[in-house]
Each structure stands twice: as structure tokens, then as C-alpha cells.
Design a protein around this ligand. Structure first.
Ligand SMILES: C[S@@+](CC[C@H](N)C(=O)[O-])C[C@H]1O[C@@H](n2cnc3c(N)ncnc32)[C@H](O)[C@@H]1O
Length: 198
């Protein structure tokens, strides 16, 4: 029964995304995060890590407005959005990635990441891979994000989770964790929010 309710709830967001022209239901997770934490401001330059198929970039473009800019990164292609969207097809672990991003914009206000590795189904292995990817994204934020900038990163509740939160606290003045309503309850996914890079 619970599974049925969860699935139906998932369908509500799926249908809403279709009706509102978002490329994925995950759009609503960023909308909730924005409503609660005011991560993105008008005219911001935002780096969207793990951007495909593009719904977080769509939402980020809306919140940043006509003077904003979104730089999406993914190993998979992302179809063109507005002319305020630049896409870098590549791997977040690429050592040259900070340089590639900075060549698009030298001042980055926000880094958002919904990136997740491919899961094998072996929990300890998958959670380890997700933690490693989170550290890569945090390291990228350390390198490219301006002082005072904001950060959001998808994580998974696991033995590594608190360790990651501690790392984020070293970099940002305020740190929160949040599970949006639009995230399925049976998923271990949780978002870590870092406000005001030190
Ligand atoms: C859940 S999807 C993101 C959905 C996206 N936020 C949206 O709303 O459309 C996770 C993405 O992370 C990407 N990803 C995972 N590992 C990556 C890596 N090392 N480098 C770049 N992208 C990666 C995957 O290709 C996948 O497209």
C-alpha cells in the first residue's frame, strides 16, 4: 500500500513536470530548496553539476532572471535551453573542469549539484561512489565559487553522510540538510545546503 501511495505521489510530480514543461520531476526539488533557503538571486551565475536532462537548469534560469547565467555540466548531452545557458559536456572529475568553467565566467555565485553516479545495487559500493562524487563537487565549489557564494549538493543518507556535512561546514558559514517533499520518502537522498562561502 505504502509503495502504491509513493508511486502515485511520484506520478503527481511527473505529470506536473510534463504540464509545466520541465524536463524532469526533480525541478520541484530545486524549487522547494529555493523557497526555503533563497539560494539563487537575480542576475546570479550558477553552475549546475550533473545537469542532464536539464530541469534544474530550467529552474535556475527562471530564478536568476534575464541577466543570470547557468553553466550546466554533465557527461550526457543536454538539449539547448535559453541563450543564458551554456553547456559543458564532460566529467566533473576532469582536473581541467575548473579552468573550463572559469573560461565561461570568472565570477560564480552559486554551485548546485544533483549529480549521482550510476548505481550497481551494492549499497556500500554505491554510497562510497556517491560520497566520492560529492567531495569532487565540493572541491570544485572551493575552487570556483566566489566568497559569499551558495551551494547545494545531493547526498545520500549513509555512514559517509555526516562526514560530508562536516566537510561542507569547513567551507560555508551556514550549513543545513533538507529533504524536499518532492523527493520520494523511500529514497535515501537528502540535500546539503551551504550558504555564504567563507
Ligand atoms: C539525477 S540526474 C540530474 C537531473 C537534473 N538535476 C535535472 O533536474 O534534470 C544526475 C546526473 O548526474 C550526472 N553525472 C553523474 N556523475 C557525473 C560526473 N562524474 N560528471 C558529470 N556528470 C555526472 C549523470 O550523467 C546524470 O545526468
Amino acid at each position: 500500500m505504502k509503495n502504491y501511495v509513493e508511486k502515485r505521489k511520484a506520478d503527481v510530480f511527473y505529470r506536473k513536470a510534463k504540464a509545466e514543461n520541465y524536463r524532469a520531476r526533480s525541478a520541484y526539488k530545486l524549487i522547494e530548496l529555493q523557497e526555503k533557503f533563497h539560494i539563487i538571486k537575480k542576475s546570479d551565475v550558477i553552475v549546475d553539476c550533473g545537469a542532464a536532462p536539464g530541469s534544474w537548469s530550467q529552474v535556475a534560469l527562471e530564478f536568476a532572471g534575464s541577466d543570470g547565467l547557468v553553466i550546466g555540466i554533465d557527461v550526457l548531452p543536454v538539449a539547448k535551453l535559453t541563450n543564458r545557458f551554456t553547456f559543458i559536456q564532460g566529467d566533473l572529475t576532469d582536473e581541467e573542469m575548473p579552468k573550463k568553467i572559469i573560461s565561461v565566467s570568472k565570477s560564480i555565485d552559486v554551485v548546485i549539484s544533483d549529480a549521482a553516479p550510476e548505481f550497481s545495487g551494492i549499497k556500500t559500493l554505491d554510497m562510497g561512489k556517491a560520497h566520492d562524487l560529492n567531495l569532487v563537487v565540493l572541491d570544485l565549489a572551493k575552487k570556483i565559487l566566489k566568497k559569499g557564494g551558495n551551494f547545494v549538493c545531493k547526498t545520500f543518507q549513509s555512514s559517509e553522510f555526516q562526514r560530508f556535512v562536516r566537510e561542507v561546514k569547513k567551507v560555508f558559514a551556514q550549513v543545513y540538510t533538507f529533504k524536499p517533499q518532492s523527493s520520494q520518502k523511500n529514497s535515501p537522498e537528502t540535500y546539503v545546503i551551504g550558504l555564504r562561502k567563507k
